[in-house]
Design a protein around this ligand. Structure first.
Ligand code: ADP
Ligand code: ASP
Ligand code: MG
Length: 422
């Protein structure tokens, strides 16, 4: 049986961590492994800045920013490699050229297209260096460009996977690779269209790639290696007292991700649940820790799970002629969410008004407000935080909202959501 491992940006953000990755893999030499790897550290953010500068017409700045990314990767490769350095350098250069060739042109297509052509380089660079490094260490592996296998549509930055086309290709290419080297390395987060344009699956999408690959290969499990003990009941960066959870159900994790917990990408669960493939979240820094096991089994007695989403905006929509907010206007609103690809984090409807809590994304807000203005008077309130607590207790709710100016609250027996001023 095949095991799929996913290493995120934080697990490969330095020479030491990449060396540490090799020591983890040494413990799995008897297994058939597929590694899905993200871009190193904050490379994706850095490449986003390159794309922004390029699209704004600041070509020299874009080239300079790209140069920094290039140097960082060459330095990492130099520290990690001896005998394989030259071969790795040549392959890195091919990726650099791919980007630089584009940067020397002028933008003629939309921003999202350029974003994907540039940002996809991060995963290609990281997997290339890591593959050469592991081969040099005797951990023999095959590197594949997943863009040859994972077909998507051309909805750049949030591309949709063509399962029928991709599944047999992923299956065939990876089986062939691991029949020879036991270990195969591919990039998370990226794919390509039928015209060979690169695409990305949305930020933090490597988890989703790992789930797709695990599904297609009928893997025995997917392990996501992270810099935390496992899944916690809150982000430990926001709540240092967060508790580690040893077992969770697919359903609970989907709910957590849906409300914005930044621990596993929301699209990861479905491909796993559909084939009953267990998901493990394990600690990259201390492999002796048990981590979290996520399966189809219901887990009782969970601690309250807290999710904070900052920088929220409340959009007040008020019926212009006092007509009720019935099926028609609500249906139209949902059409607008689809058209703008901008989904509210919370919706509250009244007789003649609707309130939408959304992320503060300027261009999306403008589009949504402009379209909604055809039906409603629109007012916008910024600077809000959305707190969600699953399995809440009233004491905890009171503690976390004490002294806050609450603007909206929604509650079921299981989940409470409170929007308040920051
Ligand atoms: P990677 O992309 O390398 O997997 P991220 O930095 O995206 O790593 O995610 C790891 C971080 O997720 C942790 O350091 C932690 O702060 C944060 N995090 C947010 N919510 C949770 C949660 N509920 N449980 C565990 N970690 C969480
Ligand atoms: N590198 C991408 C990002 O930072 C994808 C991922 O890490 O999952 O969003
Ligand atoms: Mg990440």
């Amino acid at each position: 049986m095949i095991k799929v491992f996913k290493f995120g940006g934080a697990s490969v953000n330095s020479v030491e961590r990449i060396q540490h990755l090799a020591t983890i893999l040494e413990q799995y030499q008897q297994d058939k492994l597929v590694l899905i790897i993200s871009a190193m550290g904050k490379t994706t953010n850095a490449l986003e800045k390159v794309a922004e500068a390029f699209y704004a017409g600041n070509q020299a700045e874009a080239i300079q920013l790209f140069h920094v990314v290039k140097q960082q990767h060459l330095t990492t490769a130099k520290y990690l490699l001896v005998t394989h350095y030259n071969a790795c350098h040549d392959q890195l250069n091919d990726f650099f050229t791919e980007a630089e060739w584009l940067l020397h042109d002028k933008p003629v297509r939309n921003y999202d297209y350029y974003y994907d052509q540039l940002v996809c380089i991060g995963e290609l660079l990281s997997t290339c260096i890591i593959s050469y490094f592991l081969n040099e260490k005797g951990l023999s592996n095959t590197w594949l460009d997943i863009r040859d296998l994972l077909r998507t549509d051309d909805n750049f930055r949030d591309a949709n996977v063509d399962w029928d086309f991709s599944a047999p290709r992923i299956h065939a290419a990876i089986h062939e690779a691991i029949s020879q080297t036991n270990c195969c390395i591919v990039q998370g987060f990226i794919g390509s269209t039928d015209e060979n344009e690169s695409t990305t699956l949305g930020r933090e999408g490597s988890d989703f790639t790992a789930a797709i690959v695990a599904n297609v290969l009928d893997a025995s499990g997917l392990t996501i290696w992270k810099d935390v003990e496992g899944v916690m009941n809150a982000d430990p960066r926001q709540f240092p007292e967060a508790q580690y959870i040893s077992e969770l159900s697919f359903e609970e994790v989907i709910e957590m991700a849906y409300y914005g917990a930044q621990v596993i990408h929301p699209k990861t669960i479905k491909p796993l649940q559909n084939k009953r493939i267990p998901l493990y979240v394990k600690c990259f820094l201390d492999t002796s820790l048990p981590g979290t096991a996520i399966t189809g089994k219901k887990v009782k007695q969970l601690p309250p799970v807290i999710v904070l989403k900052k920088d929220q905006v409340l959009m007040h929509l008020h019926s212009q002629d006092f007509s009720f907010v019935g099926e028609k206007p609500l249906g139209d609103l949902y059409t607008i969410f689809n058209e703008t690809r901008f989904r509210p984090n919370l919706i509250q409807t009244g007789a003649i008004n609707v309130q939408l809590c959304v992320d503060n994304r300027a261009e999306k807000l403008d589009q949504l407000a402009a379209k909604a203005a055809a039906m409603f008077d629109v007012q916008i309130e910024k600077g809000l935080t959305l707190l969600t607590i699953r399995h809440y207790t009233n004491e905890l709710l009171q503690k976390l909202t004490a002294g806050k100016q609450i603007v909206l609250q929604q509650q079921t027996t299981e989940t409470v959501q409170v929007l308040y001023h920051e």
